[in-house]
Design a protein around this ligand. Structure first.
Ligand code: ZN
Ligand code: ZN
Length: 400
């Protein structure tokens, strides 16, 4: 019953599937049960058809280990063409995530780096089109046994993790009503931040002292977005963040992460970054420094930030006091930044700008986008505009 409610939220609120639209689902084979429910409901909602691209991470792992570096650099054109065709047909893109957070632990990091880099390069145009909301897209999660054990310990079960996922995703009572209220609450703060158009934000606390400049005409976004056809959709379930793009050259100061960063199954933690004029000029990680280096060396833009996101510590995910080892949940647990690409929708007319225009406007350009968490109970965020200041967050909670 709950799976059905979950699927309904995913299709009605998440992708907001329209009549006669194609639903394209990317899912792990472990989510078969959930994909069955989704497919069934999608047709009830009037889907034209449902296409599914399955993946199996245990097989991906064999490929990563045994395929040559050269083979990993090649991305078949039929794969790119498929995404292109689906975009042209205005399909709704649904991605289901979930798996073993440790799956790629013993795969050499450079092979993971090579693969991700090659895929990001090959899919550059595709992800640009998706990220500029040409179509509706949504990312949701479905648990696996191994993921459950990682989050909950050896006795943890898939069912228990599903409970947490459903709770975080507000699937209780009348879930559709819950989502309407949640989206409207987020929108109120978003509207305020957009009206204020702060020049910069000052983050203060025991683990952070950072000034983050914001570009002119920046746009804060949250919860729901509109695609180019004007259909409102929710790209992430769950979602707690209110985010925009920082000015790529106006970030100065130091910070320490507050939650581990999980990158392709590898954990980076207890890391410190120092920024000067937007660029990471010093970094150190007690855990996973080599992986952090891989991220920062992806391309020229990877050492700059592309996202600034605010999440209060009273959000349901932060309150669960659990590390999910998964960005969809962990990034919605706490305030965060992202290395790499900015969302073009975070600046006025950004969708129409080319790379150089975006950069001139202050937005970062990169083939990567990796979130890392910095929010905690002691963080204070102040917004500055023409010398005037407004406290936005105090003790990690909204102060506006
Ligand atoms: Zn984010
Ligand atoms: Zn992000």
């Amino acid at each position: 019953m709950n799976l059905k409610k979950y699927a309904e939220v995913v299709l009605k609120i998440g992708t907001n599937l329209q009549k006669d639209q194609i639903l394209f689902v990317r899912a792990p084979i472990d989510a078969r049960e959930f994909v069955e429910v989704i497919t069934d409901i999608a047709f009830d909602l009037g889907a034209h058809n449902v296409y599914i691209k399955w993946n199996a991470e245990t097989i991906n792992k064999i490929i990563l280990k045994k395929a040559s570096e050269k083979a990993l650099q090649e991305v078949p054109s039929w794969e790119i063409n498929a995404s292109e065709e689906l975009l042209n047909k205005k399909a709704a893109f649904l991605t289901i995530i979930g798996g073993d957070p440790d799956i790629y632990k013993d795969v050499p990091p450079h092979k993971i780096g090579t693969t991700i880099k090659a895929r990001n390069m090959a899919m550059k145009e595709i992800s640009k089109r998706i990220m500029s909301n040409e179509i509706s897209w949504c990312v949701v999660a479905y648990p696996t046994e191994k993921w459950a054990k990682k989050v909950l310990g050896e006795d943890g079960t898939k069912e228990q993790l599903l409970e947490l996922i459903l709770k975080a995703s507000r699937i209780y009572g009348d879930p559709i009503e819950n989502w309407k209220n949640h989206i409207s609450n987020l929108q109120k703060i978003t509207d305020f931040l957009n009206k204020m158009q702060f020049d910069y934000l000052h983050y203060e606390g025991p683990t952070i002292d950072l000034k983050v400049g914001l570009p002119e005409n920046h746009i804060w976004l949250s919860g729901s977005q509109d695609n180019l056809d004007g259909v409102t959709f929710v790209p992430n379930i769950p979602t707690e963040e209110i985010f925009t793009a920082p000015h790529r050259k106006k970030i100065n100061g130091v910070l320490r992460n507050s939650l581990p960063l999980v990158y392709s199954g590898n954990i980076i933690d207890k890391f410190e970054l120092e920024f000067k004029d937007g660029k990471v000029i010093n970094y150190h990680a007690e855990i996973g420094e080599e992986i952090l280096k891989t991220i920062l060396e992806t391309d020229d833009g990877a050492r700059f930030l592309g996202e600034v996101a605010l999440v209060p510590v009273d959000s349901p995910i932060y309150q669960m006091k659990k590390i999910f080892y998964n960005t969809l949940f962990d990034e919605n647990a706490a305030s965060h930044f992202a290395f790499g690409r900015a969302y073009t929708s975070c600046i006025k007319d950004g969708e129409k700008m080319g790379e150089d225009e975006l950069k001139n406007a202050g937005l970062n350009v990169s083939i990567t986008h990796v979130d890392f968490m910095i929010g905690n109970e002691e963080m204070k965020v102040t917004g500055y505009k023409n010398g005037e200041k407004v406290i936005i967050m105090e003790n990690g909670k909204w102060a506006i």
